[in-house]
Design a protein around this ligand. Sequence first.
Ligand code: GDL
Length: 685
Amino acid sequence: MSKTNTNSSKMFLSGVVEGFYGRPWTMEQRKLLFKREQKWGLNTYLYAPKDDYKHRMYWRELYTREEEDLLITLISAAKEHNVEFVYAISPGLDITFSNPKEVAALKKKLSQVCEFGCRSFALLFDDIETEMCAADKETFSSFAHAQVSVTNQVFQHLQAPHTFLFCPTDYCAAFCNPSVSQSSYLHTVGETLLPGIDVLWTGPKVVSKEISVESIEEVTRVLQRPPVIWDNIHANDYDPQRLFLGPFKNRPTELIPKLSGVLTNPNCEFEPNFVAIHTLATWCKSSSSQKDVAMDGEDQGSDYNPQEALQLALTDWLVEFGVADQPDVSRSGSGRPKREPSEEEPMQTDEYVPGPRENPLYTAEPLTLNDLTLLAELFYLPYEHGPTALAMLRELHWLHANGDAASFGASAVDGGKAKEWRERAQHFDDMCSAVVRMFNRLSNAPNRTILYDLYNYICDIKSGVSLARAFVNSLGGRNPPPSQVITDDPEPWGFRGGLSGEFQRMLPCHGNRDLFRSPPASRVYTIRPCTPKDKLDILRLSKEMQSEALQQTAFIGDRLVEGQLAPSKHCDLVLEDDQGLCGYAFALADAKTAMNKAQYPEMMLRDFPSLMTVQTHPRVPDPNAAKRLIANVFSSLRDLGSGGVFCEIRSDDKRMLDFLKTLGMLHVLKVDGLQAGLVVMGTKL
Ligand code: GDL
């Protein structure tokens, strides 16, 4: 694709930046990328693998003869496919900008790559210390001046490279101090970087949810040139559990004539980038960009539709899954044996043919477009789950919050609720089955290379979904399969995530980010330890929330609120808003210490040894405030070694029951022999 841009006659750069941390792609993968880029109309590849030794850490080192051969082959492969190979170097970790020897080393390295046939270059200063060394401070008035000085010298040394890119240290709006328009760093870059050099920009953030036309106009003014977008929308190097298979999205195509290019820095795994790159290509080809050039910017709207672009990409990807391959048999195992039966000589092969009363041979079900759509929806975009994933989360949340309806049934109203619960549980189960089916078909797909790149992720989601399904079954009174039961001595997949998972679970807000469900909080709340001065306010809130009738039964939790029992360490928190105290949560790590008789069954206390009492005033509309309060207490209980916690609720305290169910952090426990008028809700920690 060679598209002109309204600002200059330069080619609009479109394609891929291999700019992520971790294992770089192989030469073969890069060649396949060039082939695909050409087929889809993309024109640029920026070579910038962060963890390649000679790109960043040992940037001064020249390439050996063997490396030279590999790079020459790669650069000419790009040329064969009409893809501009841009060689990037990241000297920022340790370069002394003011030392001429350092600048000479940089020039020498790039000259070497020039000899390999490369005509386009980039200097990257992302992700480095912003403090200059003493020697540089003596020479340059600012970090921007230091970077620009070296970049301009290198640019001139290379004598009119096709493309030359500069990645600033402040490469997104969030990094600019105090703002894009007032950033002295960006102003220096804009004013002093030579006009032939383009600047890379990731948008409002490192991983930008949206990139608006206004934001690009603003940065263009400061940089005095339209930027080339380095798009991290599909990058997954920051989280080993995430993969992004959703479409290129939330970048209006009206941006195209206002940019110098867009390069996507996608997932670390090569094969799953089929969607990221295919949909970017569709975006670049969309009519709004063509029209803008052809029709004098007349706004006719865009014909880019992310959903349609995704379907186009998945349709093409499905074909790839069907292509049998044998990825490096010597290293990674055996290829799939051919099993086409021959009618003429059936007995001359070594193939096993089952007898009449033996097991039939296993035949793999073919993967479908629906399977791939489901896969993409489960691994969608950084700020958005796909529609099916969202529906599964919503259903699970509802089934959990209304878990007690599963055992209703006496009255007509209850019966209706129970019916709804069972129907929705069945629907949830069906959605889980579809995930497992998709996993099985993917595992049997002939293309093992794609499968192996996806395997860890699909295995992880299958296990996550299976656990959720077992949980819903147990809420509904159906037994989960034995392997999924959460016991005192679980298998390692019952406590997922390793040490990092442990850390996450201990952080107060883990699991309550509600990134995809709740609107952002509109008021400011404080959660702090309770002090003796809070006592009256706590009692007032507690009394206000309970009617006279409700106060007749005395619970352990009441003794915590009234101060007759001391809460465990760090398990006494209050919630405050601008009007004062509006909530509290107290807990006892070992509830047994407060019991003078066998008030609760031993079985229950083994699983849920701790007790919590919680209250928030109805003037707090944001459930997240209460969630955070409770999550903090859970975290302290975990620190004290507790594996579970329960709350006592009066069965006629509908407000509290509804409130706790809405939070979705506790579920009603079915406990035999509870005193009348008491409901207990609990959760494992
Ligand atoms: C970054 C890094 C990039 C990394 C990405 C996502 C730029 C300019 N640099 O900040 O190498 O892959 O985040 O983690 O984006």
